[in-house]
Design a protein around this ligand. Structure first.
Ligand code: HEC
Length: 203
């Protein structure tokens, strides 16, 4: 009897241990792996925190938009925790931009732009350890292939002129275009209110 109740205590301790684990305790590298400067294609991001979907369609850009697709953007859960507590992007932040074609332009709700098929994948990571010489310690990657039918297994960072410079010049918050991500804007440093539905005001 005594040993049975001890087992029960041990089981409760294990459950309690699991409950107090939060994503912010995840070690750096849990959400990405860089080997010899190359980033393995991150996985699992469709279950991270979704932050917004910009689109710059060709037909609003003389038929040749630089990035004509939808961009579904996600942040890793540990960095989201940090963002909502502090309003800053922590070292080790990874943001994913999944490219989705403009599909149908008509729905039963009216004319518009509707997401079609997956086309590619990009990522940006902030890491002083890996990118000490990049402005803001942000590096940029693409796993997209020219025919958009598959993704690369790993990718090397772009030179800073290719990506970092535009982000540095125009992004609202530490190289990240938070001005286009309502989830990050509304959640910045707001703690529990960041989870949505808590406040009555819309902003
Ligand atoms: C001319 C400016 C410009 C250049 C160059 C540029 N970007 Fe961006 N990037 C943007 C804008 C604007 C957004 C947000 C709106 C959007 O996605 O259309 C963005 C968003 C992103 C995001 C989502 C996270 C964030 O920081 O907001 C990633 C990832 C990204 N870009 C990767 C890249 C990569 C990789 C390159 C280089 C191949 C690159 N970008 C070059 C302007 C640029």
């Amino acid at each position: 009897m005594k040993s049975r109740s001890l087992t029960g205590v041990a089981a409760i301790a294990v459950v309690a241990g699991a409950q107090i684990f939060t994503p912010s305790q995840a070690a750096d590298g849990d959400f990405f792996t860089i080997v010899d400067g190359a980033l393995d294609r991150p996985t699992g991001y469709r279950e991270w925190i979704y932050v917004g979907t910009p689109v710059t369609p060709n037909d609003m850009n003389n038929g040749k938009a630089a990035f004509p697709e939808f961009h579904n953007v996600y942040i890793d859960p540990a960095s989201w925790e940090h963002w909502k507590e502090t309003g800053n992007f922590q070292d080790g932040t990874i943001l994913i931009k999944e490219l989705v074609s403009v599909g149908s332009k008509m729905a039963s709700s009216g004319a518009g732009y509707f997401e079609g098929d997956y086309l590619g994948l990009e990522a940006t990571i902030k890491s002083a350890e890996h990118f000490p010489d990049e402005p803001g310690n942000w590096a940029y990657y693409s796993f997209s292939t020219p025919d958009h039918s598959s993704l690369l297994e790993s990718a090397s960072a772009f030179p800073k002129e290719a990506c970092n410079a535009c982000h540095q010049a125009s992004a609202a918050d530490d190289f990240v275009f938070t001005q286009y991500y309502p989830v990050l804007r509304a959640g910045k440093g707001t703690g529990e209110e960041a989870i949505g539905g808590v406040k009555s005001e819309l902003k």
